[in-house]
Write a protein that binds this ligand. Structure first.
Ligand code: FES
Length: 580
């Protein structure tokens, strides 16, 4: 940690817009004053953007206008001028074909809005899955002082005395219906109890994982990830974040100071300890690309390999985010890693101090929710990165959400050419499949779907479910919801739509999965593989226009974060002067 705060006072970026007497300065100030802003607010104080992903179409973020007001209190209090602005909001539950199609678009929106406006620093208001990485990626590419405040998770869902975890319960109940264990009537009743309050998914799904990643990277204040959306302490967190960004601007504490290799290694280890979402792999790879760090899939495997999962939350365990908060939240997890020498303790955070300073005094209030490292929930946390002739560039699997007995498995492939093929066949009683088979789904990668849908945890065939079987090995180039579970191999790269080996798997081929040795193998000869690959033809053409064309032409593989090739790197905050 070598950060040295800049001297203060000094002239800030916003002064180029507001700090003078020319026609253009008057133009910039005068129009702002139509909002009732007193003249002395343009006296050279830090101008702070509140970058808000509020949207009623993103229900997980629908309360963020209220939180933005709390951020404003803190900014005013610390002597800054807050100005809230909206950006594209990527709502997981409603956007079609998948919210991931728009993560890069949202990141581009954030970056351009930050650069083009008279801002000295930004508070990033995030919640639902893709909103956190999109904001972080955009902010990293401008490198203006930035800090995340999350919307926080929903309260626990409860149905007939049982916890209802967002997403996790939905997948489970829909399988129970197919297996004849639950009625449609009960399913509809359960719907009423799933989403009890404002906030994001209450499981350790992608939203909670990404909030945890923001905190572990040092881009949010300590304790930010777990506070429930409706708890008064969430508002306090927003208030304190508003205060803090003003000082970050004065100190000139930028994302590039915080987002170092050590910070990413900490985040990857924390992801293992919390049993975090596989989606974090893609988002952190993309974020690392924005700050020019060479973080690879192999880093994920190395950093997570010796980290057990200690957080007993769905989908890996049984509790929910509300209980995680009451147990002490993410600081307890980070402290446990530090105590075990598995943390870069001196990593800088947005607090201006080290990550260890933030957590060294915290206590674990419930060891059933946050296990000690010596008695983990599962020994194998982290993300297993598999390689082999079926995934030359890698594929991922989350051991803590998988069935132990399937982590080493050889089975006959049952192939679905795309998601429509899967839907057409899966309920067919004549489908030649049993629980020993390996389900293979193609053409659901970043370019194939497009956007890389969360369909990798494809449901099992009803005839297998009726036997009481709840898991089978599944392989695809898709993603999986962070709320989902199973022995599911994801992100297989290169994807089928660009001619990766997944594209040439046929019904009846034998596939070997060996998680311990990180191997994913298609058991055909090299000659046969070469012959099939030579005959491969792309199933889709580039769309002729629109965002879909931009996406198709520039999207990169999951193994490097599925960013657009032209968005990688940090472009800074320089912008040409006015053209009036
Ligand atoms: Fe928004 Fe899960 S759907 S956080």
């Amino acid at each position: 940690m070598t950060f040295k705060p800049a001297s203060w006072p000094r002239q800030l970026r916003s002064s180029e817009w507001f700090g003078g007497t020319s026609r253009d300065h008057i133009y910039h100030r005068s129009w702002m004053k139509n909002q009732g802003l007193p003249a002395d607010l343009f006296d050279g104080r830090p101008v702070i953007g509140i970058c808000n992903t509020w949207s009623q179409l993103t229900p997980c973020n629908a309360h963020l206008r209220d939180l933005a007001e709390r951020v404003k209190h803190g900014i005013y209090e610390a002597g800054g001028l807050p100005l809230e602005f909206p950006v594209f909001s990527t709502g997981e539950s409603a956007l079609r074909p998948t919210a991931m199609l728009y993560r890069n678009l949202a990141a581009m929106d954030v970056e351009e809005a930050m650069r083009a406006n008279p801002l000295d620093g930004v508070v990033l208001l995030a919640g639902c899955d893709k909103t956190t990485p999109a904001l972080l990626m955009g902010a990293a590419s401008t490198n203006l002082p930035s800090i995340v405040v999350s919307g926080g998770p929903m309260l626990n869902g409860w149905f007939r005395g049982e916890r209802v975890g967002s997403g996790t319960a939905l997948w489970q109940m829909s399988e129970d219906i197919k297996a004849g264990k639950m009625t449609q009537h009960d399913f509809l009743n359960a719907e009423q109890s799933m989403s009890r309050s404002p906030g994001s998914c209450n499981t350790m799904g992608t939203a909670s994982t990404m909030a945890s990643m923001a905190e572990a990277l040092g881009m949010a204040l300590s304790g930010n990830a777990a506070i429930p959306a409706v708890d008064s302490r969430r508002r306090v967190m927003a208030h304190l974040t508003g205060r803090r960004i003003v000082d970050m601007v004065k100190d000139d504490l930028k994302p590039s100071d915080v987002l170092t290799r050590s910070a990413f290694e900490n985040a990857m280890r924390v992801n293992g300890a919390i049993g975090g979402s596989t989606n974090a792999v893609i988002h952190l790879l993309a974020l690392a690309g924005r700050v020019g760090l060479d973080i690879t899939l192999d880093d994920w495997d190395v950093q997570g390999r010796e980290i057990p999962t200690i957080v007993n939350l769905m989908p890996s365990g049984k509790f929910l985010m509300e209980e995680f908060f009451y147990a002490g939240g993410l600081p307890v997890v980070i402290k446990a890693l530090g105590d075990a020498d598995k943390l870069h303790k001196d990593s800088l955070t947005v607090s201006g101090g080290s990550i260890w300073d933030e957590v060294k005094g915290v206590e674990n209030w419930n060891e059933e929710v946050i296990h000690p490292l010596t008695a983990p929930l599962t020994k194998q946390g982290g993300i297993a990165v598999l390689k082999g002739n079926l995934a030359p560039n890698g594929a991922v699997l989350k051991p803590s959400a998988a069935t132990e007995s399937l982590l080493q498995h050889r089975g006959r492939a049952v192939v679905f050419e795309d998601i429509d093929d899967y839907k057409a066949k899966i309920d067919d009683e004549a489908l030649d499949i049993d629980e020993t088979c390996v389900m293979v789904l193609k053409n659901c990668g970043p370019r194939g779907y497009p956007g890389m849908a969360e369909v990798g945890n494809m449901g099992l065939p009803p005839k297998v479910l009726r036997k009481g079987i709840t898991d089978m090995v599944r392989i695809s180039d898709a993603r999986m919801s962070g709320t989902a579970y199973g022995t599911v191999v994801l992100h297989t790269s290169p994807e089928a739509a660009v001619g990766g080996p997944l594209s040439i798997v046929r019904d009846g081929d034998m596939i070997e999965l060996d998680v311990e040795s990180r191997r994913l193998h298609l058991d055909i000869s090299e000659e046969e593989m070469s012959k099939r690959l030579a005959n491969w033809e792309p199933a889709t053409k580039a769309p002729s226009s629109g965002y879909a064309r931009l996406f198709h032409l520039h999207i990169e593989g999951a193994d490097t974060g599925a960013d657009f090739d032209f968005l990688k790197g940090c472009r800074g905050a320089e912008v040409p002067k006015d053209s009036h």
